[in-house]
Write a protein that binds this ligand. Structure first.
Ligand code: FAD
Length: 365
């Protein structure tokens, strides 16, 4: 079934690299074409908290749990990896009723969720945290640039080809069926199947084919800190800052309260006043025990891919056969499972039932 099949995957983020690697593992020849470098989009500036916390549809929850399962398998393969950890997550909110409701909803579908005193979690300053929070011991985090490097090494060892710096790619068609891509760099790649995994640019890439996928991708920022000695291993989701450990004893920080203070110009370049970066680092420092101060070392800005209805978009475009899309919020949590299931669909031609609620066709008029 795979003999002679050639797939072009567009996009060097976690969804593109994961789909390409799963295809190549299954014996399908793949060329991965990306505009700039690998991990130069959202995957290079993601909090990448591995979770299915809060409330969502049963189908989305099941897919996310399968996503976490694949990360656990990868973790078990080598638990010493500094870039993939399962040390739990801690969430608290200013609205205690809402937080307790979230906990009850999590318990109702057997998500591991406990009410704890945050002061019991190592590394937190007892006077800076509330009396109660939700602890999710089964959660984890991944550094996506490291994961992408890991997958890309396997992909190329299996014979996959990576074309970076290709410029912007557009899908080509013949008789309405996808036939490959052309790039603004002047290259042309023929393919039996094309996968568009362009992060927040996915709606604009498929718009060229006359396909509409609503986009709600907001501007976002991820801050990486200098190394700091703290006892914090858990991912923290708090009212003013989200924090996770990061390789090298550093931390990754983000939130959304400053989104409207990010400005974007026509070429997609973004900027933010440095005072906001310092304020975010100060919010994180205020939570830590022992007077530890976190200092921002670097920060990255750009769109966080989110489909218009908030749900993942995975699968073949019925309007353009042989063109698949992968566009989702929570692409860190879904990165491995989405790549695996899409690769299976492309290889066998059989739709996977767990992706059925997330088809791009739901937006067709
Ligand atoms: C601040 C932030 C926090 C997040 N937190 C979490 C979290 O806690 N948990 C979670 O699960 N997820 C989280 N996410 C979401 C997750 O990181 C993303 O969903 C995921 O990284 C998206 O991967 P992707 O491969 O779809 O897109 P990207 O990583 O954006 O990659 C797309 C790639 O396509 C390339 N490209 C674009 N257009 C073209 C074109 N026309 N031709 C060629 N190449 C093109 C880009 O250059 C880029 O390399 C967060 C994201 C952000 C930004």
């Amino acid at each position: 079934m795979t003999a002679g099949k050639h797939v072009v995957v567009v996009g060097g983020g976690v969804l593109g690299v994961s789909t390409a690697t799963h295809l190549q593992r299954d014996g399908v020849a793949v060329t991965l074409v990306t505009e700039g470098e690998l991990a130069d989009g959202a995957s290079g500036r993601s909090l990448s908290w591995l979770n299915s916390a809060g409330t969502r549809s049963a189908a989305y929850h099941a897919l996310r749990m399968a996503g976490i399962d694949r990360y656990r398998t990868l973790f078990a393969e080598d638990p010493t990896r500094e870039w993939l950890r399962f040390d739990g997550g801690l969430h608290w909110s200013l609205d205690e009723d809402a937080m307790r409701a979230r906990h009850r909803a999590e318990v109702a579908h057997a998500y591991d969720s406990k009410l704890v005193a945050p002061a019991e979690i190592p590394g937190l300053d007892p006077v800076a945290v509330p009396e109660v929070a939700v602890h999710n011991p089964g959660e984890g985090w991944v550094s996506l640039p490291h994961l992408i490097e890991h997958l890309a090494a396997e992909f190329t060892a299996l014979g996959g080809e990576i074309v970076t710096g290709a410029g912007r790619a557009s899908v080509t068609t013949a008789g309405g069926v996808a036939t490959g891509v052309t790039t603004t760099g002047g290259q042309r790649f023929e393919a039996d199947t094309v996968v568009v995994a362009c992060g927040a640019a996915t709606p604009s890439v498929v718009a060229e084919l006359g396909v509409s996928i609503p986009d709600a991708s907001p501007l976002s920022m991820l801050v990486l800190t200098e190394p700091a000695e703290t006892g914090v291993k858990t991912v923290l989701n708090t009212p003013r800052v989200a924090l996770r450990p990061n390789p090298g004893g550093t931390f990754a920080l983000d939130h959304h309260w400053y989104e409207d203070r990010i400005t974007e110009v026509a070429d997609g370049t973004c900027s933010i006043d440095e005072s906001v970066v310092k304020e975010l680092a100060a919010e994180a420092s205020a939570l830590l025990d022992g007077g530890v101060t976190l200092t921002a070392a670097s920060w990255k800005l750009g769109r966080k891919p989110i489909p218009g209805d908030g749900e993942p978009v995975f699968g073949e475009l019925s309007a353009v056969p042989r063109c698949f899309v992968a566009f989702t919020h929570s692409g860190a949590t879904l990165g491995l499972i989405a790549g695996e299931l899409l690769a299976g669909e492309i290889r066998t031609g059989e739709p996977h039932p767990m992706l059925a609620p997330f088809r791009p066709d739901r937006f067709r008029p």
